[in-house]
Design a protein around this ligand. Structure first.
Ligand SMILES: *[C@@H]1O[C@H](CO)[C@@H](O)[C@H](O)[C@H]1NC(C)=O
Ligand SMILES: *[C@@H]1O[C@H](CO)[C@@H](O)[C@H](O)[C@H]1NC(C)=O
Ligand SMILES: *[C@@H]1O[C@H](CO)[C@@H](O)[C@H](O)[C@H]1NC(C)=O
Length: 323
């Protein structure tokens, strides 16, 4: 299993300056997340803990709008998180004109949370498979389907991972949301998660084996077109989550809208926009975003990212939604 291999090979032990408290944290963390490491504290874990402590101290001085914490990704470096969890592949003939995503219609409400309208399924975990694009696309299709058919069904990201290769996607190696929609449109459907469950396996570095198990009898939704525009609010969209702390934004505290003016604008991760609003405590406008890194990440799997703060993290440079 690649997972086990990764744990052994990618994680250099901390050799110098042995710290007994760090050792305790390490033991607790391994137990909590059932990680099978040998005894040595992982260097990247030690670095992450150090970064979290420094960041949270600064946050308590009012220097940041968000706090950080330990989670299931804490043994990974930023590069590893991006490599395993955020594989977005921009196609060469990228044709949708990027349109800034913003709320600009006078008629729209000040805040929206599509979860409350029953348009959002539970938070998923893509595992060590670069299938963020598939989860993002599925989330958008689920929302569209629930909105038009009044029926919320979990759709199958594995269906997209296995079957949309012809449209430029590379399974766990990465892909793009509108190419997933291209597949669903041509295929005239996508299966339910129940009938085509998620595996997210990477075996021997083969990111997808081309075996498509789509079964038309289990078709659970359709899509007829997509738009690369803004203001529609169950939008798949893209942003670089270049966390100072590699996906460890925990936000357990009072106010937590991710605002990092230094966040780069390269797009390499696909997520799902499910709402927007203004945080009472900090006064910051935010986008409400569903990620696919499990419920242990961010605010129960979600994050609120600063809105109306330029293109922070490239958040509103590109969006696409199905119809
Ligand atoms: C497709 O799904 C139906 C209903 O679940 C099942 O009866 C049929 O055997 C499946 N076909 C294939 C090729 O798996
Ligand atoms: C999807 O579209 C096809 C072709 O228009 C149609 O036959 C099928 O019933 C649709 N599926 C669903 C789940 O609505
Ligand atoms: C998409 O954006 C363009 C340019 O901003 C606009 O003219 C068009 O009406 C928009 N389409 C939709 C469906 O909102």
């Amino acid at each position: 299993m690649l997972g086990v291999w990764l744990l052994v090979c990618l994680c250099a032990p901390v050799l110098a300056e042995f710290d007994s408290r760090l050792d305790q944290h390490w033991e607790l963390w391994k137990k909590t997340y059932q990680k099978k490491y040998h005894n040595e504290v992982c260097q990247s874990f030690a670095k992450n803990v150090n970064h979290i402590n420094t960041h949270n101290l600064e946050a308590s001085l009012g220097l940041h709008t968000y706090t950080l914490g330990i989670n299931h990704l804490s043994d990974l470096t930023k590069e590893e998180v991006l490599k395993f969890y955020a594989n977005l592949r921009f196609p060469k003939d990228f044709k949708i004109t990027p349109t800034p995503l913003q709320v600009r219609d006078e008629d729209v409400p000040d805040s929206v949370d599509w979860r409350e309208s029953g348009l959002v399924t539970s938070v998923k975990d893509q595992g060590e498979c670069g299938s963020c694009w598939a989860f993002s696309a599925v989330g958008a299709l689920e929302g569209m389907w629930a909105k038009t058919k009044k029926k919320l069904v979990d759709l199958s990201p594995q269906n997209l991972v296995d079957c949309s290769g012809k449209y430029g996607n590379e399974g766990c190696g990465g892909g793009y949301m509108h190419q997933a929609f291209d597949y669903v449109i041509d295929n005239q459907g996508i299966d339910s998660e129940a009938s085509y469950p998620y595996k997210g396996e990477v075996k021997d570095f083969v990111f997808f084996d081309g075996t498509c198990r789509y079964n038309v009898s289990n078709r659970a939704a359709n899509c007829s077109s997509y738009q690369g525009n803004d203001t529609r609010l169950w939008v798949s969209h893209v942003c670089r989550f270049a966390w100072g702390a590699y996906g460890m934004v925990m936000c357990r505290s009072f106010h937590c809208v991710y605002y990092n003016p230094d966040c780069p604008q390269d797009l390499d991760h696909g997520v799902l926009l499910v709402g927007y609003g203004t945080d009472d405590t900090s006064g910051l406008d935010y986008w409400l975003i569903k990620n696919s890194w499990g419920e242990g990440w961010g605010e129960n799997g979600y994050i609120r990212m600063a809105r109306n703060k330029g293109q922070m993290c490239g958040i509103s440079l590109y969006s696409v939604y199905p119809e």
